[in-house]
Design a protein around this ligand. Structure first.
Ligand code: LRH
Ligand code: MN
Length: 391
């Protein structure tokens, strides 16, 4: 790619931020509160719009239901549009109700399964009301002890619920099925890996794709291999980007392993995953799924977006001719060097140019800090209930 094409691709990049990253979050040990945290979905969307204002590449914010429950979803979508963003993926939540202790759509009791499936269908209603094109489905469903339930029977129950939701999807809508190796279940998760998610999506059709959460794999998993295989099969719908040192740490993407993020985005480029016309025009969704437990949340999101931009720029700088020729010639070191040369390129000056071309401050972190927004929300957001993972 010549530099003009690289810059054009970086200007056209679209990254989606999660509403829940702006609320309080933590671990089972403690959820630390921060001043200025949003009290409702309107304030969360306003904070997400700040990330777009200073990076220029964040046109959408994901919602989580019921954490982002409002009386009028169309009003929330209009509020977002007034701030220059749109509502992205709608995330269902069948993991915080006592009824779901033994599972939601996989629960042995058909009444519980009905309740869970009805929630998923209600999330499609939210898509209709907000103009969202994506439903993101993550199930905490699983078991903790061998013999606790029948593994295959739970797969049947899951498939039945997914089929009902799939049938409900409208024109231009799809769902993304998310997998996770463990937690909160510790013996089986009903969608533990890409293969299980892929099998369910293949059985349903084109509107069912797999989402890769980078924190949901066993240590040492070659995630870019999964990305290459899913892209090749036309089943990569998107990413939940974050990073981890150990488990589902939900840290800032690229902060723990920037080389892994680069390798993933190289496979995205190799598989034509940056092409917005892919997947029937819905493309691949690059979403963040993170928690800023101890760091300021809006700057944390801005830094995360910059980390994705930097890894993307490096992936776009890989000399495809050189690496292809070396691979064909069996030139192991030559091929590896072609990739490492791109990875070892300092792309920050290039991204400063891109931001300047977009009419933005070349340094988003400094521009946000100088804006006074952080001080404004601390002063304004007094009283009320700070948002979190509760509701
Ligand atoms: C589950 C998960 C899922 C979301 C939640 C916030 O670990 O990755 O994507 O519903 O985090
Ligand atoms: Mn996720």
């Amino acid at each position: 790619m010549d530099m003009q094409d690289v810059k054009a691709a970086l200007k056209a990049q679209q990254i989606e931020v999660p509403s829940w990253a702006f609320g309080n979050s933590g671990t089972r040990f403690k959820v630390f509160t921060q001043q200025g945290v949003p009290r409702d979905p309107f304030e969360k969307v306003a904070d997400a719009a700040q990330v777009n204002r200073y990076t220029g590449v964040v046109p959408r914010v994901s919602l989580h239901i019921p954490w982002d429950g409002v009386a009028d979803y169309a009003e929330l979508a209009r509020h977002a549009a007034d701030l220059g963003v749109a509502i992205g993926a709608i995330n269902s939540n069948v993991f915080q109700d006592d009824d779901y202790m033994l599972g939601s759509v996989t629960h042995p009791d058909p009444r519980v399964r009905r309740k869970a499936t009805d929630h998923l269908l209600a999330c499609v209603d939210v898509m209709d009301a907000t103009g969202s094109q994506e439903l993101k489905l993550w199930f905490s469903d699983g078991t903790n002890y061998p013999g606790q339930d029948d593994i295959a029977a739970r797969q049947d129950r899951l498939a039945q619920s997914l089929a009902e939701v799939y049938a409900r999807l409208g024109e231009g809508q799809r769902f993304l099925l998310e997998y996770k190796l463990f937690e909160p279940a510790f013996y089986t998760m009903d969608v533990p890996d890409w293969g299980t998610a892929y099998a369910h999506c293949i059985a349903l059709g084109d509107k069912a794709k797999v989402v890769v959460d980078t924190g949901h794999h066993a240590p040492g998993t070659n995630i870019e291999f999964i990305v290459a295989v899913l892209l090749r099969a036309g089943k990569l719908g998107g990413f939940d980007f974050n990073s981890r040192f150990y488990a589902d740490d939900d840290l800032m993407v690229g902060s723990a392993d920037p080389f892994q993020l680069f390798r993933i985005l190289w496979e995205v480029r190799r598989g034509n995953g940056f092409d917005p016309s892919l997947n029937g025009g819905l493309g691949v969704s690059f979403m963040l799924d993170q928690c800023h437990n101890i760091e300021p949340k809006i700057p944390g999101q801005i830094r995360s977006v910059m980390n994705v931009q930097e890894a993307t720029a490096k992936a776009l700088l890989v000399d495809v001719e050189a690496i292809t020729a070396a691979q064909a010639a069996g030139d192991v070191l030559g091929a590896n060097a072609a990739l490492m040369d791109a990875y070892n390129t300092d792309v920050r000056p290039l991204l400063r140019e891109v931001r300047t071309d977009l009419g933005l401050d070349p340094d988003p972190m400094a521009a946000y800090a100088a804006s006074g927004y952080a001080e404004k929300i601390v002063a304004e957001r007094v009283g009320g209930n700070q948002a979190g993972w509760g509701a």
